[in-house]
Design a binder for this molecule. Structure first.
Ligand code: F6P
Length: 482
C-alpha cells in the first residue's frame, strides 16, 4: 500500500488539537474507511450526539442521561437537565479550591491517601502520573485493590497528624474501597473527621460512614464511574498537578466536546478512533488492541482505556435487549513500550495471531533528558515499522511476517489541555462505537453478579474457620451446584 501511494502517511492520518493519529500502517483502503464512515452516519450518529448532549436518557437500563460533559463545561447549566439547582459550578469550585490548598500546602498536609477503584482510581491516577511536575506540597498515595501488605507498609511510613484521606466512590458501597477506608478511619482516629474527604454521588452513605458534612464533595449520579475523572473524583489528581493544570485539563476535554457536538464530528479524532476500532474488530476480526506508551507519562493510558472501552462496549445485547450476533469490545491490554518490547513483543512480531497496536508518544519530553526521550521515539518508529513491514531473511526463524496492524498517536506537546482533549475524545470514540453497534455504553451489569457471589462466598468462608485445601475444594465445588 505504501508502494502504491506516495502520500499514504498523509492520506491515512489526521491532525487535531495537537494530536496526530497515523493509521497508514493499517491494511485499510479509502473505500473501506468511507464505508465505515457511511455506516456510522447511517446508524444515526448526528442524532445520537444531539440526544447525548441534550440530556436524553442514553442509559436506558438505568434510566439515566450521561452528562459528564457538563462537569467540564465552562457553564454546566448550559446542558439541559444537568444542573437544575445550579450547583455544579459551585461544587467544582469547592473541590478545585481544596485541591489548590493540598497542592500549595495551605491544607497543612504532607501526604494524601486516595482510596478508590475502577473509575474512581484509573482516570485520576493517569492524570496525576502524566502531568505531575513535582511542584506540589503533598505526596499522593493511591490505594485501589485490596492489598493489606501495601496498605500496612504505607501507613507505617506516614504520620497520621499530617496525612489526609480522600475516599472516592460514586456509590460509596464498593467493598474494596470501604474496607480500606475503614482501616484508614481507624488509623486516623479522632482526626478522621477533619482530615478525610469523600468524592461521591451518595452523600448520605458518606455521612453515615463518619465523614463531616462539609468534607463531602458531591457529584451527580448521572456521572458514570468511568466518566467521573471530571468530577470531584479528580480532586487528588488536581492536588498533584495543581488547580490551574486541572482546569486546563477540563478545558481540553470541553474542546473535544465542542468538536464532537459541532458541525463535522465525522472528521474528529474521536470518530476516527471509533472507525478504526470498528475496522479492526469487525473488519479484520481482531480480538485485542494493545495501547502501548512510548512516553512514560502515558504508561497508565492502557489501564484507563481498559475500563473505558471494555466496561462500556463489552455487552451481549443490543438496545432492544436482543442478543448481539456480532463481536463487541476487544480485549484492551497495554503498558510501557520499551518494557513490553522485552516481554510480549516477540509474540506480537512472529506468533501466528495478530494483535493490533496503538503506539502513543509526545514529541516534547517534559524533562531535560532529550537523549532519553529520543530513544523512546526511535523505538516507537522502529516497532511501528517492524510490525507493518516485517523482515525477509534466509532463516525462517529470523523472518517477521509484517502486515501487523499498528497505529501511532503522537502529541506535539503533552500538556493538561492536550491530555484532557485526548481522554474526552476517547470517551466520544466509545460513544460513537456504541451508536454503530447499537449498545448501551453507560451500564455495566456484567460486574454485578461477581459482587453478589462474593458476598455469598464471604459468608461461607466465615463459617469455614481454618481453611485447608480439601475444605477449599469442597467449598468451590458446592458453589457450582447450589
Ligand atoms: O466495576 C464496576 C464499577 O461500578 C465501575 O464502573 C466503577 O468505576 C467502580 O466499580 C467503582 O465504583 P464506585 O466509584 O461506586 O466505588
Amino acid at each position: 500500500m505504501f508502494a502504491a501511494d506516495a502520500g499514504r502517511s498523509q492520506h491515512f492520518s489526521l491532525i487535531e488539537q495537537g494530536w496526530l493519529l497515523d493509521f497508514s500502517r493499517l491494511p485499510l483502503t479509502r473505500p473501506q474507511l468511507e464505508k465505515v464512515a457511511g455506516s456510522i452516519e447511517a446508524a444515526g450518529l448526528a442524532d445520537a450526539v444531539k440526544r447525548l448532549f441534550g440530556g436524553a436518557i442514553v442509559n436506558p437500563s438505568e434510566q439515566r442521561p450521561a452528562l459528564h460533559m457538563a462537569l467540564r463545561a465552562a457553564d454546566p447549566a448550559s446542558f439541559p437537565g444537568a444542573d437544575p439547582e445550579q450547583t455544579l459550578a459551585g461544587h467544582r469550585h469547592r473541590f478545585l479550591e481544596l485541591a489548590g490548598d493540598f497542592h500549595g500546602g495551605g491544607a497543612g498536609l504532607t501526604d494524601l491517601i486516595h482510596v478508590g477503584i475502577g473509575g474512581s482510581d484509573l482516570g485520576p491516577r493517569l492524570v496525576a502520573d502524566a502531568l505531575d511536575h513535582n511542584d506540589g506540597s503533598v505526596r499522593v498515595h493511591w490505594l485501589s485493590t485490596v492489598d493489606a501488605r501495601r496498605t500496612q507498609r504505607l501507613l507505617n511510613s506516614l504520620d497520621p497528624s499530617s496525612t489526609g484521606v480522600v475516599i472516592a466512590s460514586k456509590s460509596f458501597s464498593t467493598e474494596e474501597t470501604l474496607l480500606q477506608a475503614a482501616t484508614l478511619r481507624d488509623w486516623l482516629g479522632d482526626r478522621f473527621i477533619n482530615q478525610a474527604w469523600a468524592a461521591t454521588a451518595s452523600p448520605d452513605s458518606a455521612l453515615a460512614f463518619g465523614l463531616a458534612d462539609g468534607h463531602i464533595l458531591p457529584f451527580p449520579d448521572w456521572t458514570g464511574g468511568r466518566f467521573s475523572l471530571w468530577s470531584s473524583v479528580g480532586v487528588s489528581a488536581a492536588a498533584v498537578i495543581g488547580r490551574a493544570r486541572f482546569e486546563q485539563l477540563l478545558q481540553g476535554a470541553a474542546q473535544a466536546d465542542a468538536v464532537f457536538s459541532g458541525q463535522a464530528p465525522l472528521k474528529s479524532l474521536a470518530v476516527h478512533v471509533a472507525m478504526l476500532m470498528h475496522f479492526l474488530r469487525r473488519g479484520l476480526g481482531a480480538n485485542t488492541l494493545g495501547v502501548v506508551a512510548y512516553d512514560p507519562r502515558l504508561a497508565l493510558l492502557g489501564d484507563y482505556l481498559q475500563q473505558l472501552v471494555m466496561e462500556s462496549l463489552g455487552k451481549g445485547v443490543d438496545l432492544d435487549d436482543a442478543p448481539l450476533t456480532e463481536t463487541t469490545s476487544p480485549l484492551i491490554f497495554g503498558g510501557r513500550g520499551t518494557d513490553l518490547q522485552h516481554s510480549i513483543f516477540q509474540a506480537l512480531h512472529q506468533a501466528p495471531d495478530s494483535h493490533p497496536l496503538l503506539l502513543v508518544a509526545a514529541l516534547e519530553s517534559g524533562h531535560d533528558r532529550q537523549d532519553w526521550h529520543r530513544v523512546q521515539l526511535a523505538h516507537l518508529l522502529a516497532q511501528a515499522t517492524a510490525m507493518a513491514r516485517g523482515r525477509e531473511d534466509d532463516r525462517p526463524c529470523r523472518r517477521l511476517p509484517g502486515n501487523r496492524p499498528v497505529m501511532t498517536l503522537i502529541a506535539e506537546r503533552l500538556d493538561a489541555r492536550a491530555l484532557g482533549f485526548l481522554l474526552a475524545s476517547f470517551e466520544h470514540a466509545v460513544f460513537a462505537l456504541s451508536v454503530l453497534w447499537r449498545i448501551n455504553p453507560f451500564d455495566q451489569w456484567g460486574v454485578e453478579e461477581g459482587k453478589r457471589l462474593a458476598a455469598a462466598y464471604k459468608e461461607s468462608l466465615a463459617e469455614c474457620g481454618d481453611l485447608d485445601l480439601e475444605a477449599w475444594l469442597t467449598l468451590s465445588d458446592r458453589g457450582m451446584r447450589s
